[in-house]
Design a protein around this ligand. Sequence first.
Ligand code: NAD
Length: 266
Amino acid sequence: MKGLAGKTVLVTGASSGIGQAIAIRFAQEGCNVVLNYRSDSEEAEQTAAIAQQSATEAGHSVQTLLAQGDVAQEADILRMVHSTIEQFGGFDILVNNAGIQSEFASHELPTEKFDQVINVNLRGAFLCARESIKHFLAQHRSGVILNVSSVHEIIPRPMYLSYSISKGGMGNLTKTLALEYASRGIRVNAIAPGATITPINESWVEDPQQKAIVESHIPMARAGYPEEMAASAAFLASEEAAYITGQTLFIDGGLTLYADFRESWS
Ligand code: NAD
């Protein structure tokens, strides 16, 4: 995609699911990729190997860097950004993908569980964005920040209060940063996946009955694939999207179209 080859991309939570697909897609586009992972170095190494292989098959030669770090820890983020700049001289694109969820009735949601989800999904995204913007401004780079939000940015999800709040907040993080830095050449957008086949959804992905229930709510009658999310991520980070900022692109098979209205009510 236009303008991506030769860029350096930092992807958080890059060793599985959507983050992994995004890392691989950017490598295919000719980008150097920094793969942040929290704990599973083997998974991260495998992802880096697939990314390298995919880049080669697409006719590119790219470098990858593994960056262990917990995005809930500010010191880890500073270390990750520092090692990225040290290795590549700088970076151009941040993908805030790392995310977790936890299921509790809201009146029984323990404070520490609430904090944990917010700290990873929202505070972590803010800290990574803040450090990236500092870097883009210092090096006069026209940087791109891409947040991986969710349909739950706008659809409330009972039993997942902290997750819903984190993604709702991510929508405003996207818009506010986009407005604040638009005149300085920094674009900030989000992709909002619907139900996607990744490890975070193991509870229904592996269970045909549960999967059918989930898919019955989706107008296109199927869950999405990580590669479909990665394609939109590449587009929004590319020069094809040079005039797009502050937007959340919903990639959800129509889930946000109020599927219950498919049949007329009388
Ligand atoms: P996943 O569990 O495979 O990916 C999440 C990744 O984040 C994992 O690699 C995990 O190790 C990493 N991570 C978690 N906590 C971290 C931390 N503290 N520091 C660094 N990395 C951490 O699931 P996924 O579906 O690929 O999720 C990726 C993103 O997509 C998340 O932000 C999620 O909210 C969002 N999303 C997923 C779906 C879906 O249906 N799968 C739908 C909407 C949004």
